[in-house]
Ligand binder design. Sequence first.
Ligand code: NAP
Length: 305
Amino acid sequence: MVYDTVILGGGPAGLSAAVYALRSGLNTLLVERGLYGGQMQNTEEIENYTGFTSILGPELSERMREHAQTLGLQTELGEVESLEFGPPVHRVHLIGGGVLETKTVIIATGCEPKKLGIPGEREFSGRGVSYCAVCDGAFFKNKELYVIGGGDSACEEGVYLTRHAAKVTIVHRREKLRAQPVLQERARNNEKISFLFNRRPVEIQGDRKVERLVFADTVTGEVQTVPADGVFIYIGLKPNTEFLQGTSLINAEGWIPTDDRLRTSVPGVFAAGDVRDTWLRQVITAAADGAMAAMSAYHYVEEQS
Ligand code: NAP
């Protein structure tokens, strides 16, 4: 069996690609390694997906999955090990030995939180160090938390954490936040939130769980240790493209450059959503990318037949 398209990843980009591919009559398979919805699953409320003033991340995930499955989407639970490029046929090798043959591939594997790489981070992961406020916030009722980062996620998730925590301090390495003004304002107006600027975390300490955070002043170099019950890290994203290491598809940081039709450097291989080398990573842009990649795949299959 040679599929018309195999979509890698079941987030908003992959599921939207599936909807457009199936409606175009492509014989489509979607490969997902875990939960459908991607990073939407770790987001409490989504307030900027047009048509919904507010919708829970897991609910929007489920609606997108249902939509694609109503159209007859075939899915496979698995993780990609590598791609073997055609054309005319590309091969998707799955961990564990499965091989899928397809005329086109749509890579929509998204990205995941970056790590700080400081002592204590890995050791206390799941024991006070977290990358997901929605998943872990409720474990910190009336506790004192630190959020690392100065972007949209740090501000948004910092506000979310105040539902549970007694106090949240956002620690940023510069003196100016990079978050959207609306999110900055929400954080600044929250009386449980305070900010520490020009500070760089250097170590997370504790016995069996997080007890202290050590950071350095980026201007004076002064090192300070503060008591902490939890450290939530939001310092950006890294692409899920390990299976593309050594190929021409990725740039030096691992993101996939595309043209305006979402074609990659390999004919018949397209990329959509957060995994792409792009400047805006939102649910709505991922969904739009999915639609474009699927239509590009459709035209490619038509031209080849
Ligand atoms: P981001 O925008 O890349 O911001 C990362 C932040 O972490 C920056 O402030 C950066 O500092 C800091 N940082 C990076 N490396 C660091 C390190 N090693 N140590 C300390 N600080 C470090 O990441 P994000 O906030 O996770 O957002 C990711 C994407 O999702 C963005 O495109 C964002 O717009 C989107 N997003 C959107 C929404 C929304 O629309 N509601 C919500 C969440 C996320 P510098 O500023 O100095 O670089």
